[in-house]
Design a binder for this molecule. Structure first.
Ligand code: AKG
Length: 253
């Protein structure tokens, strides 16, 4: 806890055992195979995937994971967001960001991200990097990359449609415009730390910690992961337009 409080992140190994990791990989493969069959991008990142996929519900309700989150947050917790990623060879990574820029948790330390590695992760396949201690300074200045947004215009059109149309059943939310639109200013003298992780490990991160991910430079390695965000019960958070966050019970069987 002391390390988490000082650095704003902490990595725990073996939160998920080999069998759980194998099951996760199978789930990721089923999702990409199905999307390929539907002529959709097989490796799109999928927001709020626990709303549509029972196997993901099993992961976010995993007793060890939830127990760790309770320990870090100091009380009962709820899930408010999930995002499944494949980050295939050649994919670009995510810009520097703080989760509280989007989630606006109140109190600010009532939120935590648990980033679950489904594959071994290192700098060559797009590890997450963190700026240790950056959570101690609150929200950083941000800039927006409007050119990037323009380059993603089909995604924007999809997002606008999603907002405008009434819900048509449970659909996967694969609108990826948040990947590199907003940039949190990284303090000048800071040294990003690449989180080299074994599959089954989880990186826990404070909502104000600045983090980003690198490109996947490999030809043949996916960097599959599940990003989950939990709040301590009673913590307020922003619903968000694209994510449509609603608290999700992680204790139900
Ligand atoms: O997994 C990644 O590439 C970065 C995702 C992330 O940490 C975020 O969106 O906050």
């Amino acid at each position: 806890m002391e390390e988490y409080r000082a650095a704003g992140y902490f990595i725990l190994e073996d939160v998920f055992d080999e069998a759980s990791v194998a099951h996760m990989r199978q789930t990721w493969e089923e999702i990409s195979d199905r999307r390929r069959g539907q002529r959709k991008s097989p490796h799109a990142s999928l927001l709020m995937i626990h709303n549509t996929n029972p196997a993901i519900v099993g992961i976010v309700r995993n007793r060890t994971l939830v127990g760790c989150v309770e320990g870090f947050l100091g009380g009962k917790v709820k899930l408010i967001q999930s995002q499944l990623m494949h980050a295939g060879p050649g994919s670009g990574g995510f810009s520097p960001r703080q989760d509280n820029y989007y989630n606006r948790a109140d109190p600010r330390d009532g939120i935590i991200a648990a980033w679950i590695a489904v594959d071994d992760v290192d700098q060559s396949n797009g590890a997450l990097s963190v700026i240790a201690g950056s959570h101690l300074n609150g929200l950083a200045k941000t800039r927006r990359d409007w050119l990037y947004l323009l380059s993603r215009s089909p995604d924007i059109a999809k997002s606008l449609l999603r907002l405008a149309l009434p819900k048509r059943g449970k659909q996967e939310n694969d609108t990826g415009v948040i990947e590199r639109f907003t940039y949190a200013e990284v303090p000048k003298d800071s040294m990003p730390i690449a989180a080299v992780m074994k599959a089954g490990s989880v990186l826990f991160m404070h909502g104000d910690t600045i983090h980003f991910s690198g490109p996947n430079h490999t030809n043949d390695r996916l960097r599959r992961s599940l990003l989950t965000n939990f709040v301590r019960t009673g913590t307020a958070f922003a619903k968000g337009r694209l994510s449509a966050r609603v608290s999700f019970d992680v204790y139900a069987q």
